[in-house]
Design a protein around this ligand. Structure first.
Ligand code: ADP
Ligand code: MG
Length: 351
């Protein structure tokens, strides 16, 4: 059931978005009107290639400060670094653990989105991800009984957050992989702003976030990858200061001995990779953390529930791609969305 043409045709396993003109080539001098100084930096962190580009006279030191902030967050949020908050939490055997405000902010968001999406976003699924080998790349297909047992310890409502303290039931383990890059994007932007930059664009493994507008005052153009052919682009969106964050089934996956393809976003309902009709979800909004949490959750929820989530709040925009090769986008993108694929694209109906 999990064979999917999006994955079968994937030639390159990489993130879902690239910058069209944001971090494009030519990273020095006179990009366009308004600023004649820019700097770029590539960072590998959180298992992800990150590209940062900033404009203005303070761009270079600001990017150095951003790289330091990324390193700090990686150390705090890593699930494998023994000094991280998450490692301490996962080895706490039911005892309360004091965590940083970064970790607490993400844990609170995870709890909020767990509730709002009926458990579709569930950071407690880490033991299930481990069973599939997604944490080590030593992939395997767990048995149904094994999954059933692991799922018994994944009720996110049992995670207690109190002040700066978090407490997991023993046998619980969490992983913030679904939200960490969005939060990191927000923090990079804050660091750049504090260091005198008001125009910047970054791509964290395909999650794009921008600060201000391009130096000449025009919009950034961000392309979203075609999940059926991830080395090509599917559409372009024009944005001001936004986060554009994608979850797709082509980002990390393996082919099992049974010939089926299994990917890294898990449905807590059965412990299998989420296969509810969507192959890619892009969420566009003001806050990277919110968009990252939602992109993973909506991917798990599937098309009808994703549309319902949007209708309820309407405080974000989204682009969905269904497994039968159709693009659906919210009406707020109408003026800024260009389909460059051969797939049909239509606006999601109001009701
Ligand atoms: P990516 O990190 O590939 O850009 P996502 O933001 O969608 O994409 O996060 C996927 C990661 O989230 C997985 O690698 C895994 O660590 C974790 N994860 C998988 N399924 C879930 C889920 N249902 N809820 C929360 N986290 C999940
Ligand atoms: Mg996410």
């Amino acid at each position: 059931m999990l064979i999917n043409k999006a994955v079968r045709s994937a030639a390159v396993c990489c993130a879902g978005l690239i910058l069209l003109t944001g971090c494009g080539s030519g990273d020095s001098s006179s990009d366009s009107a308004g600023s004649d100084v820019s700097a770029a930096k590539d960072v590998f962190a959180m298992d992800t290639f990150m590209t940062l580009k900033a404009y203005g006279p303070d761009a270079e030191p600001a990017l150095d400060a951003a790289a330091d902030r990324i390193a700090e967050l990686e150390k705090t949020l890593s699930v494998t670094d023994k000094s991280s908050d998450i490692w301490r939490l996962n080895s706490s055997a039911g005892q309360p653990v004091e965590v940083s405000s970064d970790t607490m902010t993400i844990l609170q968001k995870a709890a909020e989105v767990y509730d709002k999406t009926g458990g579709a976003l569930n950071i407690c699924l880490y033991p299930v991800l481990r069973a599939w080998g997604f944490t080590t790349s030593e992939y395997r297909i767990p048995g149904d009984e094994e999954l059933r047992e692991l799922l018994e310890n994944t009720d996110c409502r049992k995670v207690v957050l109190d002040g700066m303290t978090a407490e997991l039931p023993s046998d619980y383990q969490v992983d913030l992989g679904a939200l960490a890059k969005g939060y990191t994007g927000d923090e990079i932007m804050e660091t750049l702003r504090e260091n005198g930059v008001d125009s910047a664009i970054i791509s964290l493994g395909g999650n794009v976030q921008s600060l201000g507008t391009k130096p000449d005052g025009s919009m950034w153009k961000v392309s979203v990858r075609d999940p059926f052919s991830p080395d090509t682009d599917m559409c372009v969106v024009e944005i001001g200061e936004k986060a554009v964050i994608t979850s797709g089934n082509y980002e990390r996956y393996f082919t099992g001995e049974d010939g089926n393809v299994y990917w890294h976003i898990i449905d807590g309902a059965d412990g299998y990779p989420a296969d509810n009709g969507l192959v890619s979800v892009t969420v566009i909004g003001d806050c990277g953390l919110d968009c990252d949490a939602l992109s993973t959750a909506l991917f798990v929820e599937g098309y009808p529930d994703a549309c319902e989530q949007w209708r309820k709040s309407r405080d974000f925009e989204m682009i969905l791609v269904t497994d039968d090769g159709k693009i659906y986008y919210t009406e707020g993108l109408s003026g800024s969305f260009t389909n460059i694929s051969s797939m049909p694209a239509e606006v999601i109906p109001d009701a």
